[in-house]
Design a protein around this ligand. Structure first.
Ligand code: HEM
Length: 194
């Protein structure tokens, strides 16, 4: 049993609340043997493309930009698209409508938490992608750490995320949205690795 304390931050609560869905996703992706070949790795990049296409409009939101540091710099769809071109992939076609920029703030924060957090695991995947001859200049651009360092860039994001004032109901909306984001990515994995 975990005991919640008043000092626990929003990002810590999000991590705890999504631990199982993150673990299941990690396992599913690694079971897809994504470093067996460039073709297998491309399936993972296609998953990333679908996820980041879904959330891309959020990076244009002036409201989010006012709250979060370097919002535009955190957008990764352009790098993912270039990775797919490097890997000789056609861009996946949209199965469903992407998120709209006027999404309620707590929902947008939940989705962005998942996107930003995925950069942490991404640093591990980046190192493994070197085995396939992929790097920041070719095929694995979107996994390359931010020049300031992935951990620092993440802490700047979570500090801002943690300081947004929300009601208890909105707090739950953030968690539900992060959970929905993980489930959505899982759905993309099931399709791309079918
Ligand atoms: C697109 C798929 C993925 C998404 C959306 C995702 C999402 C996340 C999120 C939200 C976090 C932040 C957790 C926190 O609050 O600290 C995170 C951290 C992490 N992820 Fe993932 N992840 C993905 C794939 C992977 C994969 C495939 C691996 C490993 C093989 C991985 C390994 C990690 C690790 C090691 C961390 C750091 C955990 C820590 O600092 O304690 N992730 N990921």
């Amino acid at each position: 049993m975990t005991i919640e304390t008043a000092t626990e931050t929003r990002s810590q609560r999000l991590k705890a609340a999504t631990r199982d869905s993150h673990g299941a996703l990690d396992k599913r992706i690694m079971a897809g043997d994504i470093f067996a070949s460039r073709g297998q790795f491309a399936r993972f990049v296609r998953v990333q493309y679908r996820f980041h296409r879904d959330i891309d409009a959020l990076y244009d939101s002036p409201g989010l930009d006012a709250l979060l540091p370097d919002l535009e710099g955190r957008r990764r769809l352009p790098q993912i698209s270039r990775d797919l071109v490097d890997l000789e992939q056609a861009l996946p076609t949209a199965a469903a409508a992407p998120l709209q920029p006027d999404l309620p703030l707590p929902v947008a924060l939940g989705w962005l938490y998942v996107a930003e957090g995925s950069n942490l695991g991404g640093t591990i995947l980046y190192k493994m992608a070197a085995k396939l001859g992929l790097d920041a200049g070719f095929g694995a651009r979107h996994l390359a750490a931010h020049p300031d360092g992935a951990a620092r860039h993440w802490r700047e994001f979570t500090a801002a995320l943690d300081s947004v004032v929300l009601s208890a109901g909105q707090e739950q909306q953030v968690i539900d949205a992060a959970d929905a984001a993980f489930r959505s990515v899982h759905g993309h994995v099931e399709e791309e690795f079918a």
